[in-house]
Ligand binder design. Structure first.
Ligand code: 4GX
Length: 250
């Protein structure tokens, strides 16, 4: 069972994923174990202070090294007790390397991870130097805290765990698995507000349908994420399909 410990000032926020949907069912089925740790429980004073003013001045507050270190060590020890050989400690921050499908798959193959979800302007750099193995960002934007980023990472990892998705929602069919964006999807009615479902999807010809879906994926990736397409490359057959797509779309 994957062990996930999270260091957070807002443990209740994580109910959003541990109690609902696919990630909630996966927890009930013991695909992973989740434990939050509140750094306030490790604070040195009666006010439970975990932040202080930044050296050098400026606005905002910085998370202190000591309560965070104690919380991380408690989480690490719990992971070791649960059988995790070498728990990775990950700090969610816009300064980290961007999260990718490849990184998600690699985390899903580990025994456990400790996530640090920070608040305020950031954490004391010496905490990062001594306790953090890896800094990960979920995108080039700034949120009010690391909790939503930690939940995004957890959700992406949990749905890759064995037995979490059935055949119907197989993770192998996801966008990015083939290095391309997903194709469009349709359900009833056949015509909505004058927009018909593409005829090929009503044809019952499974080879034609697969070919159409790949063509759409190639076309959308070319238009929206040319960086992904250049990174991945295309076979001669795919190049032909993309040329067809470009002809059909003006
Ligand atoms: N991808 N945040 C971290 C605290 C913070 C502030 C300043 C370092 C410097 C984010 C993201 C993200 C908000 C998490 C600020 N840490 N995390 N937090 N984008 O925006 O991962």
């Amino acid at each position: 069972m994957l062990q996930i410990d999270v260091i957070t000032l807002f443990p209740e926020m994580f109910d959003a994923i541990t109690e609902s949907g696919i990630t909630g069912r996966a927890r009930e089925r013991r695909a992973y174990q989740f434990l939050p740790w509140n750094p306030r429980d490790f604070a040195a004073n009666t006010h439970r202070t975990v932040d202080d003013r930044p050296y050098g001045g400026g606005p905002g507050m910085v998370m202190m090294v000591e309560p965070l270190t104690k919380a991380i060590c408690a989480a690490r020890q719990r992971q070791v007790s649960a059988g995790v050989r070498k728990p990775r400690v990950i700090y969610l921050s816009p300064q980290g390397m961007l999260l990718t499908h490849e990184k998600v798959m690699s985390l899903a193959s580990e025994q456990g991870m400790v996530l640090l979800a920070g608040r305020y302007e950031g954490v004391d750099e010496r905490l990062i130097a001594r306790q953090i193995d890896e800094e990960i960002s979920i995108g080039d934007f700034v949120m009010s805290g690391g909790e939503v980023a930690a939940m995004a990472l957890m959700d992406a990892v949990i749905r890759q765990l064995p037995g979490v998705l059935g055949d119907a929602g197989s993770a192998a069919q996801d966008s990015f698995v083939g290095g391309l964006l997903d194709c469009p999807h349709y359900t009833r009615p056949e015509v909505y507000d004058g927009l018909a479902v593409p005829a090929v999807l009503m044809s019952g010809n499974h080879a034609d349908i697969a070919r159409w879906r790949l063509k759409q994926s190639l076309g959308r990736t070319h238009e929206r994420r040319p960086d992904l397409l250049h990174q991945r490359g295309m076979s001669a057959a795919e190049r032909k399909l993309l040329d067809e797509y470009l002809k059909e779309h003006r």
